[in-house]
Design a binder for this molecule. Structure first.
Ligand code: ADP
Length: 268
């Protein structure tokens, strides 16, 4: 006979306060529901590239002899398998981050170095769209965390800023220190995100414009991964945006050890 642990939570509801009674079984049911939901979404998302790969390989077989057609189908086949690979990688990353047994390979990490690398890794995409990515602000700020995960998070934010922006625009990455936290903002001149979508973009597989996300090679998991990386590091990610005027994604992380301020900017 397992004992039922009762959690008492006081939750603000409008102006009043209500007492919420919940036992562990409620929590388990909720976790299960979330997991089932994730599996259903994953199956649905995997079906598209897997189906396309199967159809394209048949098409290539049928087109034997027609060199132009074979080339065209092969190119699409490569694109779909790259999409599938990216999706599988993001799913693995996210399930790992959602686990209760996440072990961060924590060590002191210089934020500027990680940002520099994240920008470098996106430089071909940026060049292809003639987008200038600039990095500025406070340097030598150190946080404590897993450098690979932090890199994944920043790379996703810079990648989104480039992917959703029109050609010839600018992307800016700014670093500043505020209230004992380091704030990293990634600003673009893209289409922006409406108020109703701003909360939801951090949900798994939520896309404002599904066609556009797919067309640009998105998996729908990028921001969800960023959110989990940040919460695992005691930080957060938020978005500010006005449709038509671009977006700014801001990450806040506890500072581990503050270094020198190279550009003399105030650390208000
Ligand atoms: P995706 O792989 O679709 O880009 P994300 O989780 O990274 O998935 O983002 C979720 C959705 O949020 C995107 O599909 C897109 O609609 C929107 N979004 C993310 N970043 C930006 C941005 N910088 N500008 C405009 N929309 C964005």
């Amino acid at each position: 006979q397992g004992a039922i642990v009762v959690h008492l939570r006081v939750a603000p509801l409008a102006e009043r306060y209500v007492l919420v009674l919940a036992d562990d079984r409620t929590e388990i049911t909720r976790t299960e529901a979330i997991r089932n939901d994730f599996v259903a979404n994953v199956s649905h998302e995997l079906k598209t590239p897997v189906g396309a790969i199967s159809l394209l390989s048949e098409a290539i077989e049928d087109a034997a002899g027609d060199e132009v057609a074979v080339k065209r189908f092969t190119k699409r086949l490569h694109k779909e398998s790259a999409r599938l690979a990216a999706l599988v990688q993001d799913i693995i990353e996210l399930s790992r981050l959602q686990g209760t047994d996440v072990v961060l390979q924590g060590r002191p990490v210089e934020v500027g170095r990680i940002i520099g690398e994240a920008v470098d890794r996106n430089h071909l995409t940026a060049e292809g769209k003639n987008i200038a990515v600039t990095v500025g602000g406070t340097s030598n700020v150190v946080v404590h965390g897993d450098p690979d995960l932090l890199m994944t998070a920043f790379r996703n934010l810079v990648d989104n800023a480039i992917r959703y922006s029109p050609e010839g625009t600018k992307v800016g990455v700014g670093v500043r220190v505020r209230n004992g936290l380091v704030e990293v903002s990634v600003t673009d001149q893209g289409p922006g995100i409406g108020p109703d979508d701003q909360e939801r973009v951090f949900e798994r597989f939520y896309r404002v414009d599904a066609a556009r996300s797919r067309q640009t090679g998105g998996t729908g998991l990028g921001l969800s991964i960023v959110k989990h990386v940040m919460s695992n590091h005691g930080g957060e990610v938020t978005v500010w945006s006005q449709p038509g005027q671009g977006s700014t994604f801001t990450v806040r992380l506890p500072i581990y050890e503050e270094g020198t301020v190279a550009d003399g900017s105030p650390s208000d």
